[in-house]
Design a protein. Sequence first.
Length: 256
Amino acid sequence: MNNLLAALMFFTRLPFHRIRQVPADSFRHVTGWWSVCGWLTGGLSALTFWLVYKVAIAEIAIVMALLVRVLLMGALHEDGLADFMDGFGGGTDRDSTLRIMKDSHIGTYGVIGLVFYFLLSFVVLAGIQPQYIPVIIVSSDVFSKCVSSHVVWFLPYARPEQESKNRTVYQHPSSTEEILTIISGVLAIGLLFYSGAGGSWLSHYLRICIVAVVPVLVFMLLVLLCKKKIGGYTGDCCGAMALITELTFRLVTAII
């Protein structure tokens, strides 16, 4: 329970801290509950779309859904994406990349990265039939966090713990947390599968497999990039991976 509450406190700006205080060590285990938190953040974003769509056009509902999640999470992942783009775009070696990523000021690469992320997110969702958008918002949120949480299995933390932004280095999830993460990812894909329309059962199954596999491949490419560039991962890398794999999930869904 402490680890779950720590994850909800870390990944959202909702007042879960009022329930009770949790040990500082619990924040080391938040990645094990990342995908579970996705059901909350994705669900509230999808609910926002559904409510706004009842009184406005789909494009406005999409913008509001994107905005609600940014506010709900305090732009946590967006900040990570901006720092990731600045560091990996402007850094010439490991030390300069890490130094740029730690700088709180946003640079040209960060601005461009955020602009393209939100533009593509809007265009992709706007190209999908409105009745399917809430399901895709939820499933992509949960699945991307399920995939991205596994970065701790492939890479070490790139900085000493005392140099991390929040003075916390994520630990490997426990077996129970890993099982919950996998279940969340499977349920996200299942939600998308049973909401699909058109075609035979087999063709729909193959399309869903593609939707699931491509974000995983993109995640692995990002892991290789982080290993080559900085020899590990940071919190900014985690946020960037979550948004990039989520966008990939939505883009592939829209295409096929």
